[in-house]
Design a protein around this ligand. Structure first.
Ligand code: SF4
Length: 249
């Protein structure tokens, strides 16, 4: 007897939460899905509760899409963003969310650290209109200090996006005394300028809004005495990117 494949098995993933009218994770008003699980350990993470891949809530793509449809009229000039955590820890789940969003005519954005297996990411990228790629530093040792993982997979991912012409926004979190050394920022700006697919660079000033979550989780927050960057510090970094001919905001 032939094996019966149940094509009706719903694709399920784990999420931390959703935000129905986000305005900072891609163009326009967006339905933002925060997935659960992340292999990085960024010192400044404002969502440390998104890291554990076994926490959060299990949902089906169908359930998420039903919710998206409720907000569809508001999302016409925006779309759907999947962030995290690290969405590419659940590539089938995210690919299916985006595939269904495209069926609805909605723009899709993927927010990722790029610390992923390229082969696993490719099917997701087929249904992704825009990648928000977080490059947390350019000096390899500093990158490891900030994230606890290696830089190279992210650079490989960035180069692959350029190779396939996938529109990307690069995101860089500016932490005074940590990510701000001139050679680090300059190196990153030169690398980003070498990529033909980058539409803009977003410099995100470090903030401590997630500090209470570290306390709740019983984790040591090593940046507790670091202040957010001043407008002058932010402008200096923006200028470094602009000097390379990039649009930086
Ligand atoms: S990649 Fe994002 S979610 Fe993961 S540890 Fe870093 S800041 Fe937190």
């Amino acid at each position: 007897m032939d094996t019966v494949i149940n094509t009706l098995t719903p694709i399920t993933g784990r999420i931390h939460s959703i935000e129905t009218c986000g305005t900072v994770d891609g163009p326009g008003i967006r339905f933002v899905i925060f997935t659960q699980g992340c292999p990085l350990r960024c010192l400044y993470c404002h969502n440390p509760d998104c890291r554990d891949p076994y926490a959060g809530t299990a949902v089906t793509v169908e359930e998420l899409i039903s919710e998206v449809k409720t907000y569809q009229p508001y999302l016409r000039k925006g779309g759907v963003t999947v962030t995290g955590g690290e969405p590419l820890m659940q590539p089938e789940f995210v690919a299916e969310i985006f595939r269904r969003c495209h069926e609805l005519g909605l723009h899709t954005a993927l927010d990722t650290s790029g610390y992923v297996q390229l082969e696993a990411a490719k099917p997701v990228l087929e249904h992704t209109d825009l990648v928000l790629l977080d490059i947390k530093s350019y000096e390899p040792n500093l990158y490891r200090k900030v994230t606890s993982v290696a830089l190279e997979p992210t650079l490989q991912f960035a180069r692959y996006l350029a190779e396939i012409g996938k529109p990307a926004w690069i995101r860089f979190v500016l932490v005074p005394g940590l990510t701000d050394p001139e050679e680090n920022v300059k190196g990153l700006s030169q690398f980003v300028a070498s990529l033909s697919n980058v539409e803009r660079v977003e410099v995100l000033p470090f903030h401590k809004m997630g500090e209470y979550k570290w306390q709740q989780l019983g984790l040591a927050y090593v940046l507790k005495d670091v202040d957010p960057p001043t407008p002058e510090q932010v402008n200096k970094v923006l200028q470094t990117f602009r000097d390379q001919g990039l649009i930086a905001v």
